[in-house]
Write a protein that binds this ligand. Sequence first.
Ligand code: GSH
Length: 203
Amino acid sequence: MPRIQLYEYANTRSARCRWTLAEAGLEYESVGNTRDVFASDALRAVHPLAKLPAAVIDGRPLFESAAICTAIADLVPERGLVGRSGSWSRALHDQWVSFALTEMECWLWSTELNEFDFSLPSEQRVPAIAEPNAVLFRRSATALDAVLADVDYLVENRFTVTDIIVGFTVNWGQSDGLLGDFDHLQRYLERLRGREHCTLVSA
Ligand SMILES: N[C@@H](CCC(=O)N[C@@H](CS)C(=O)NCC(=O)O)C(=O)O
């Protein structure tokens, strides 16, 4: 059994890792899990920006939620949570993860940072950026919605870790009120929320 420590807190992106660990059937040690974890030297030793989530897997530090989830999925090939490295399924996993993070989540994150997150001092925030961010998020969401008209899940049309990573982003978009007319994305979230270990929190 691998030894896994997860630096986590509430409904941060660490929820992706918590869900992946449950689907993988792996136990882990939860580290932090209070707001104080952000200011801790222990977190900074694992993540150079002291962000969540971060993990230590068999003594090796790893950060970025998608990387941690994928590494966890790779630990349990028998669970079929991700295609093997070099397979076309793995290429599709990489495609959808990149799409979710760089064509969707970045706009949500920018809005949060500029509206109310604690990372930027208020004089540096540009709240008006929320409007163009919403336009750009919805442009990508339109594309994903069209894909999910034909399939239930993104890789091999069965649930994989890809859906955990992408689903978190889609759920965030719904929490921000940006999914109103995307029926296929709404149904995708319903399917994901129907899973026993789902950590997605409804708005
Ligand atoms: N791309 C990173 C984002 C990490 C991130 O920004 N995490 C937030 C919590 S969800 C955080 O630690 N924020 C504190 C900060 O920005 O200083 C990932 O997916 O892990």
